[in-house]
Design a protein around this ligand. Structure first.
Ligand code: FES
Length: 147
């Protein structure tokens, strides 16, 4: 049911933890399943993501997708990080079962929330970044239509 990559990232999640004095922190949840995700970003003065960590109270698919998402945004610019969508993360993991697709949204949205926090703290506008939602269940309907 799960790809080897999903199992690998679930069993050995990368970048779990917290960053003290992070440049941006974002927390999102999904009211339907009760899962919560928090992302920490350390962004340098050139706008490069130097470090990223996550903590989750989430299912296995949420752990695996967040682990992969952190790997994909590390070392990227803020703009490049916006291209790390839940679709890109799922592709990098060789797919997820359809019922688990919504779990991958937690990571994407938590990264966006952390970027939003970073932008607010630094008084900047990140082009293309929409204000994140606290509860991604609001977005789920759009996703189930797409997949
Ligand atoms: Fe809630 Fe997977 S079931 S994130």
């Amino acid at each position: 049911m799960y790809s080897e990559k999903v199992m690998d990232h679930f069993n050995n999640p990368r970048n779990v933890g917290e960053i003290e004095n992070a440049s941006g922190v974002g927390t999102v949840g999904n009211a339907k399943c009760g899962d919560i995700m928090r992302m920490y970003l350390d962004i340098d003065e050139n706008g490069i993501i130097q470090d990223v960590k996550f903590k989750t109270f989430g299912c296995g698919a949420a752990v695996a997708t967040s682990s992969m998402a952190t790997e994909l945004v590390k070392g990227k610019t803020v703009k490049e990080a916006l291209l790390v969508t839940n679709k890109a993360v799922m592709e990098a993991l060789d797919g997820l079962p359809p019922v688990k697709v919504h779990c991958s949204l937690l990571a994407e949205e938590a990264i966006h929330a952390a970027l939003w926090d970073y932008a607010e703290k630094n008084n900047i506008v990140i082009e293309g970044l929409e204000k994140p939602v606290n509860d991604i269940a609001e977005k789920e309907e759009d996703v189930s239509e797409t997949y």
